[in-house]
Design a protein around this ligand. Structure first.
Ligand SMILES: CC(C)(COP(=O)(O)OP(=O)(O)OC[C@H]1O[C@@H](n2cnc3c(N)ncnc32)[C@H](O)[C@@H]1OP(=O)(O)O)[C@@H](O)C(=O)NCCC(=O)NCCS
Length: 172
């Protein structure tokens, strides 16, 4: 019997989010980068400064998914920062969606993503954007199921490494 809950992350979850963020990113993509590039990225993206600001920002929201009391997934959403000419002041973005490998492919990512979409659409359907690595075909299949389609691409920096990142959009 699996006890899975999804809850909004609060300031006191900073350390949990930092550790889970580093672990899930490394599990998924760690093999792609020289160690120094990976460390520079993890420090910036999952360091205390970034997470403290994200958790305190009323326009952003973070979630934790806990399975039998253990944090196995996290998500982050807020105003869209993606470089695309059609991104406007009201555009919103799924910024992060990550599950521990052991928690994947059981429908839990769908539950977490639907929680994020419900929050983004809380005042009615929104123009939702996300970035996904060009070779992350599993995640792209997952997002397409929700009506997201590729509309552009850009270079995503992980230290000195620049990845090809697709921009996906779902019109509200
Ligand atoms: C992407 C992710 C959130 C999906 O959550 P999940 O719980 O694994 O997915 P669900 O069980 O809800 O749905 C399964 C679907 O996910 C997709 N999927 C995602 N990653 C996949 C993978 N590595 N291999 C196969 N399918 C994958 C497929 O569409 C799959 O459906 P299918 O098997 O019928 O094709 C999760 O796999 C994950 O955290 N992956 C690693 C981190 C990541 O890539 N995050 C996205 C960054 S943009």
């Amino acid at each position: 019997m699996q006890d899975v809950i999804i809850r909004r992350a609060v300031a006191g979850d900073l350390e949990t989010l930092a550790q889970l963020g580093r672990t899930t990113f490394s599990e998924t993509f760690g093999h792609l980068y020289p160690p120094q590039d990976l460390e520079v990225f993890l420090h910036a993206a999952y360091g205390a400064d970034y997470l403290r600001a994200a958790l305190a920002d009323p326009d952003r929201a973070a979630w934790l998914m806990e399975q039998n009391g253990v944090a196995v997934g996290h998500a982050l959403a807020g105003p869209c920062d993606l470089p695309h000419p059609e991104v406007g002041p009201r555009s919103v973005e799924l910024k992060r969606l990550y599950l521990r490998r052991t928690a994947q492919a059981q429908g839990l990512g769908a539950r977490l993503f639907e929680t994020v979409l419900a929050w983004l659409d809380r005042d009615g359907p929104q123009d939702v954007w996300l970035g996904v690595w060009s070779d992350n075909h599993g995640a792209q299949r997952f997002y397409r199921r929700y009506g997201f389609v590729p509309v552009g691409e850009y270079g995503f920096a992980v230290g000195q490494t620049i990845d090809r990142e697709f921009i996906f959009r779902r019109l509200g």
